[in-house]
Design a protein around this ligand. Sequence first.
Ligand code: 5GP
Length: 237
Amino acid sequence: MEKRELLYEGKAKRLFLTDDENLVISEFKDDLTAFNGEKKSSEAGKGALNNKISTELFKLLEANGIQTHFVKMLDDNHMLHTKVDVILIEVIVRNIATGSLTRNLGIKDGTILPFTLVEFDYKDDDLGDPKLNDQHALILGLVEHQDELDKLRRMARQINDILKPYFADKGLNLVDFKLEFGKDKSGNIILVDEISPDNCRFWDMESGEKMDKDRFRQGLGGLTVAYEQVLNRILGK
Ligand code: 5GP
C-alpha cells in the first residue's frame, strides 16, 4: 500500500491518501494536547502505543459484530483504514462521573452512574466542542435523520457492553470514552478514529490510579508508562 499526499493533520494524527481511493493511512503522532489545544506537549512512543491499543480494540469490536474502519496496522505508527465521511459528533459514553459531567452538573467525582450515559458533543474546535441535543444535530445537518442519531447511541452502548467487561477482567474500570463515527461509501455508519487512553478514561480497580490522558491534563506525569500498562494488560502480559 503506497502512502500518498497528506489529506489532513489533526492534533493526534495525520491522515494520508493511498493508491486505493477507498483506503487511507493514519499516522499516530506523539503530540499531546488538552483543553482544546491550550496545553501542548509530546511524549516519545505515545503514538505507537495508541496505534497498538486501537488495533487490538478494533479487532475485538469487529470480532463482536461492530463495523469499524480498521483494516490493519502497517507499522508502529501507521494504521490502514477505510475512507469515510466523518460525522461531526463526538459520542461520549460514561459509566462513572468525572471530568465535564462533574464540572457541569455537580455530580460527585467517582459516582457510579445508575445507567450508562450517552452524550453528544459537536466536533468543532472553534466552538470548544459544545454539548448537542438531537434537535441541534438535525438543525446543523450533522446527520440526515433521527434514525442515524438512534444508531449512534445504539452502537455506543453495544461498544460499551463489549469494552466495559473486557477491561474489568483486566483490572481496569472503563470510566468514560469518546467515539467517532463515519459513513463509508455505501452509507453505512461505522466506528472510526481511535480507541486509546487519549480518548478513554481508565482507572485501576485496586489503586484507583489514572491510566489515561488525565495524567497529562492534570500534570501527574508517567503518561507513557500508564499507556504501556494498558497495552500490556490488553495483550495479557
Ligand atoms: P469530558 O467530557 O469529561 O472531558 O470527557 C469525557 C471522555 O471523552 C473522556 O474519556 C475524554 O478523554 C473523552 N473526550 C471528550 N472530548 C474529547 C476530545 O475532544 N478529544 C479526545 N481525545 N477525547 C475526548
